[in-house]
Every structure is written in structure tokens, then in C-alpha cells.
Design a protein around this ligand. Sequence first.
Ligand SMILES: NC(=O)c1ccc[n+]([C@@H]2O[C@H](COP(=O)([O-])OP(=O)(O)OC[C@H]3O[C@@H](n4cnc5c(N)ncnc54)[C@H](OP(=O)(O)O)[C@@H]3O)[C@@H](O)[C@H]2O)c1
Length: 320
Amino acid sequence: MAVNVPKFKLNDGKEIPAVGLGEALVDPRFPNLSKPEEVTKAVEHAIKEGYRHIDCAWGYGNEKDVGEGIRLSGVPRSEIFITSKLWGTWHSRVEECLDQTLSNLGTDYLDLYLIHWPVPLNPKGNHPVFPLLPDGKRDVDHAWKLADTWKQMEAVLKKGKVRSIGVSNFSQTKLEEILPTAEIIPVVNQLELHIYNPQHKLIEFMKSKNITPQAYSPLGSTNSPLLTDPDVVSIAEQHKLQPADVLLGYLLAKGIVVLPKSVTPSRITANLTGAIRALETLTKVDVERLDGLAAAGKQKRFITPPWPVDLGFEHWPKLL
Ligand SMILES: NC(=O)c1ccc[n+]([C@@H]2O[C@H](COP(=O)([O-])OP(=O)(O)OC[C@H]3O[C@@H](n4cnc5c(N)ncnc54)[C@H](OP(=O)(O)O)[C@@H]3O)[C@@H](O)[C@H]2O)c1
């Protein structure tokens, strides 16, 4: 299907499709999460329906299923923007983790590679993904410097294995740990961004550095209260849009890349066409109204993994 997906320009001159398909975690510990065949079908369907941007990660454990979906779509690799992310246990071995990702996906380059979280985990701990200390807390490698992870990200870029590099879940404090010694400024910072967690101050700081924001959980994640928010519903009715369209169009109107996740074919299709329609329809007044909801009492984060370190974010639960 021919859909004209808007693109945003990154600080390295490359372009990124402004709507991407978010990829669900596949984890045998949580059987209610997406199943491998669901992921493959979702990716194939999305690309056939016009998506040209897929967001995945080594840590989601489903890169092989994503790669299969891309191949089944029949659309050439060169027409698809693929992002993946470096997991915490690999901060000191960036190229090794990347090589696994490339092999899993069945490609020889990524369009964008991100540091998934600014939390290096013990590479020699008791588990390859989530090493834990005897007290049950996540086993963080406190001696490792994020600036050194970033140097290794720059090296794989220079080698041509990835076309752009960026970060995810970096507060201003964490960005300031890598920027002074960075030769290359991150092109994006992927964050939890939606009407209840707009992170206005951080977005302003990123703008000053020309770092493009990407929104994960743009719909408010699973069983989202955002879809029934009275202001969202009223704006949707006013413009004959769906609530999900309003949530996505709002972020696009602010120059934020959106990564809605769905494994439901009808929703995958509707999220792309609806987001574009909403971008064309929402007014400045609508955007300002939605911009104010969090400060008016609705501030809420949905994704707060129990990292035993201060990430430097506003509105993050207190460390135990
Ligand atoms: N960088 C990071 O640390 C990080 C962290 C979390 C997420 N992410 C990325 O961001 C993506 C999206 O985040 P997310 O999965 O938390 O949240 P989301 O995209 O805000 O919400 C996904 C949920 O909404 C449902 N949904 C999708 N479209 C819908 C529609 N039109 N109407 C009603 N419900 C709809 C989905 O159900 P169905 O699937 O059943 O349709 C799913 O339960 C992830 O998949 C991942 O790629 C990144």
C-alpha cells in the first residue's frame, strides 16, 4: 500500500521515517507477551501496509522474528529503516553485541543503533541479560563509564556497520556524561513520551543540542488510560479521529518520532494512517491543550524498570 510517511531530518543529515513499528518483548518468563510468530506477522503486515521503520532491540529477544517478517514482506532491505539497541551487559563489547544483532536480523548494517539504557550491567554476572546480586538487585557495573560506551558506538559507525548512532532513556544528566568527549552527537534519544509524560524540559535541552526525540509507549503502553482521557476523546470527536490517532499526531506535530507497538493487524494499519491524518488535522490549540495535561495533575510514567541507580529523570520512582 502506498502511504506517504513523513520523514524528519537528523543532525547527521540522514532522514528517519517519523512513524515506526514498536517491537514487543518476547520473553518465555512472561507468556502473555508477544509470541515469535505474532512478531513476524506484525512486521510483515506493517511493511506491506506502508511502514518503513522498525524499532527493535537485542534485549527484546526477537530480532530473528523481526528479520523474518522483513524478508516475508518482499520489500527490499534498502527501503526499510531498522533500529536496534545495545543491551546493558554489552556496554564494554559494543561490536560483539552489534554483530549478534546483525546476524539475528539477517542484514549487514543498521540504520540506527542506540544505547538501550544508560546502565552498564556486569558482563560476567550470574545471567547474560539480567545479572543479579545476592540481594536480588540488578548487578550494575559501576566502574564502567558511559563515555567509553559512546566511543565504541562511534567506532562501529566509522566502520560502516551502522549509519547513525543515538541513545535511549538518557536524562540530561546522562547526556552530559557523554557529550563533553563525544566526537559525534547522538542523533536521537528514545524516551517514554506521551501526553502524561511529556518531559518538556528534557525535550528543550535536546532541541538545543539538535537531538531528535523518539517516543516509546506513545499510546501509554498496555491497557492505557490515555485512550479514554476526556480531552483526547473530545479532540478526537471534534476532528473525526480515533483517540490513538490524536495521541500519535500530537507527538508528530511536536517533531517527535513515534513508535506505536501493536501485533493486531487492523491497529497496525490504523496507527499509521491515523497518525498521519491527525498530524494534518490537529491545531496549535489542540497541541497546547494536550501539552498542559501532565502539569495539571495527570503526570504518569508507565515504564520504570527497577534500576538500582539514579537515572536523573523527573517523576521517576524513588530508589529503594
Ligand atoms: N527504549 C526503551 O527502553 C523502550 C521501552 C519500552 C518500549 N520501547 C519501544 O516502544 C514501543 C512501544 O511501546 P509500548 O509497547 O510500551 O506501548 P504503546 O505502543 O504505547 O502501546 C502498546 C499497547 O497498545 C495497544 N494498541 C496499539 N495500537 C492501539 C490502538 N490503535 N488502539 C488501542 N490499543 C492499541 C497494543 O495492543 P496490541 O499489540 O494487542 O494491539 C499494546 O497493548 C515498544 O514496542 C518498543 O519498540 C522502547
